[in-house]
Design a protein around this ligand. Sequence first.
Ligand SMILES: Nc1nc2c(ncn2[C@@H]2O[C@H](COP(=O)(O)OP(=O)(O)OP(=O)(O)O)[C@@H](O)[C@H]2O)c(=O)[nH]1
Length: 199
Amino acid sequence: MGKGVSGIIVAGGKSSRFGSPKAFAEKDGIPFYQHTIAAMEPLVESIVLVSSSELITKFTSEGTSVKIITDNPDIAGQGPLAGIYSGMEHLTSEWYFISPIDIPFINTRTYEILLEHIGAGKEAIVPIVNGRMEPLISIFHYSIKEKIKEQLRCNELAPRQLFQNSQVAYVEIDDADPFRNINYQEDLERYIKTREGGS
Ligand SMILES: Nc1nc2c(ncn2[C@@H]2O[C@H](COP(=O)(O)OP(=O)(O)OP(=O)(O)O)[C@@H](O)[C@H]2O)c(=O)[nH]1
């Protein structure tokens, strides 16, 4: 069993609401997925980015130690849980930092807040951002892997369902900005405008 914390970036979504693969949309001239990598890299021992066979050749790990893989074919395309499970199969670790690729406002400090809550007996550290749970920006203990497997087997694909029978530390966070995920083109335009207005 490897020690410490590894990163799993789920990056195999269809981006149907956004209209083009979100991972490669840009903020400040940098693709979204690279914002996730940059924020996470200082905190973890290794990172695996899990995508689909359609998208995988478009990612580059140049200048980073990120490993890029596809979902395990047996569960491919079953949503973020499939990506997380495939990442856990690939990387052995005690803890996993989970992150999507559609949060380009994320920064290392924000991830650090979650890391501070790791501890014995816990299975997941999950942020509650302005009252809303963000299950895909969480830290999972390796013991969650078997629960994900069981959920996938039952075709229960909602990540939040994982927490019903798990020891979860919920971390309240009020400053929502870095956690805001981009689902639509308008989301990105709105957040950039808010930032410009605020600075
Ligand atoms: N590896 C992997 N990642 C996924 C899969 N489905 C979603 N993701 C990732 O999970 C995160 C959240 O995805 P969503 O925004 O809910 O879904 P999406 O398919 O990207 O977007 P919509 O089609 O608009 O719902 C993103 O980082 C996605 O890339 C999947 O089947 N496999």
